[in-house]
Design a protein around this ligand. Structure first.
Ligand code: CA
Length: 431
């Protein structure tokens, strides 16, 4: 039996944000310009917890939690850890219930319940550091086979969660347009290079995890404690300049090919909201070696998060043609887990901090229609996609809009919940 909310749009079957979900977001309201508030999404609305705290209605909460909400400071809330997250969630869920009069019967209810289309969304937290992994064996094998047909998966891959340190300063919330970057490229492996607009612009469908309590520099994070340090998940699009990447990635990996923009879904789903979908895993094939002890955890988990990429050209928008599905996959196909990524990241004593963002790397599955970037989906442009506007795509054109969606299908008493979307339009390069 689904929970009923006082916000009617949350009770519509199939909506992304029913009362069981309550993802967190940070936003500016037109009634409070220049202020960032935090709150939870409910149906087509948001419950402004900062405004509720400032009105003095959060007396039931622990003082530090109340203070974090009052300040609209998500990083402070993230630092408090799982008991505080859980307390805030249960409290908000009760207040938003159709049976609970405390908020429902307030004459000034609209002060605290805002329409999402009236909000200017920010990144959930101030992200100090962002790291991108490479956790899909299908993605790693596909990309490897294009560049090294005889040796697609390097020997270290099944032992170490590969990643690179990304650029936190260019993380942008969903809806922000993405400028085609300029960069250094070369058509021949030995050069000479030239500088100009990226010609092989791509997206990467990924899932991010926002971190809670971190560790002191010099300390490691035990993988068994990872669950309490992972706050929640969100959609991530790691926009990539493939021609720049191909020329620059040797020997230190991605640099400017990935540092111009990374789009992040504005609503972050707490892990507590998806416990019904967590399953032991991941399930690996017989060739998988046993991992080193610091990457092993008997309670490690994965989940069947459906992940979809849609594409809509400028012409399709003008013609009113809906976005076309480019791929559909599931997070369950990933090889490395978020717990393993976190434990590995901190295994040297690297300090992790509340609000840090880890992204999974491109989520690709075993079939062509579950490949999470155009490089794989069009197999380096050799199998172009046909769009409903009559054009073809090997890589992204100016005006193209990429829309990522993610959702969990209904399960038992839990209704379907959705991660919302992560979208961005490609703007022409500035030359
Ligand atoms: Ca990536």
């Amino acid at each position: 039996m689904a929970l009923r909310s006082l916000v009617e749009s949350a009770n519509v079957p199939g909506c992304d944000f029913p009362l069981e979900h309550l993802p967190w977001g940070r936003f500016e309201r037109s009634s409070h310009p220049g202020e960032w508030h935090v709150g939870v999404a409910i149906g087509t609305k948001a419950f402004d917890l900062t405004e509720f705290a400032r009105a003095g209605h959060c007396g039931a909460l622990d003082p530090m939690l109340r203070d974090a909400l009052h300040r609209g400071c998500m990083n402070a809330l993230l630092a408090l850890g799982r008991p505080a997250w859980s307390q805030a969630r249960r409290w908000a869920q009760r207040l938003l219930s159709a049976d609970e009069p405390a908020l429902r019967d307030r004459a000034d209810r609209d002060r605290f319940i805002a329409s999402q289309d009236q909000l200017r969304m920010a990144m959930l937290a101030e992200v100090g550091d962002y790291t991108d992994f490479y956790a899909s064996i299908h993605h790693a094998t596909n990309v490897g086979s294009m560049f090294r047909p005889d040796n697609p998966l390097l020997p270290n891959w099944r032992h170490v969660p590969i990643g690179y340190h990304g650029r936190a300063s260019t993380l942008v919330p969903s809806g922000t347009a993405v400028r085609r970057p300029c960069g250094q490229t070369s058509t021949a492996d030995a050069g000479p290079p030239s500088f100009g607009p990226c010609r092989l612009l791509d997206y990467e469908l990924e899932v991010g995890v926002v971190l809670g309590p971190g560790n002191e520099q010099g300390d490691r994070i035990d993988i068994a404690s990872a669950r309490d340090r992972l706050f929640g998940i969100c959609l991530v699009n790691d926009w990539s300049a493939r021609d720049v990447q191909k020329w620059e990635y040797v020997p230190l990996g991605p640099f400017t090919a990935k540092n111009f923009s990374t789009s992040v879904g504005a609503w972050v789903t707490p892990l507590e909201a998806i416990e019904a979908w967590m399953e032991p895993g991941p399930v690996r094939d017989a060739a998988a070696p046993e991992n080193l002890p610091y990457l092993r955890w008997k309670d490690d988990f994965t989940f069947d998060l459906k992940l979809q990429v849609l594409l809509r050209s400028a012409r399709m928008r003008e013609q009113g043609v809906p976005a076309m599905q480019v791929s559909l996959g599931t997070y369950r196909d990933m090889y490395w887990t978020f717990a393993q990524m976190l434990a590995h990241h901190a295994s040297t004593g690297c300090a992790m901090r509340p609000g840090d963002l880890l992204a999974s790397g491109t989520v690709s599955g075993p079939t062509p229609d579950s490949r999470g970037c155009l490089l794989e989906r069009t197999w380096r442009g050799t199998e172009p996609l046909s769009l409903p506007d009559g054009t073809q795509r090997k890589f992204l054109e100016d005006g193209d809009e990429v829309i990522l969606r993610g959702w969990f299908e209904g399960k038992g008493s839990m209704p379907r919940i959705g991660l919302g979307e992560c979208r961005g339009v490609v703007l022409p390069a500035l030359v």
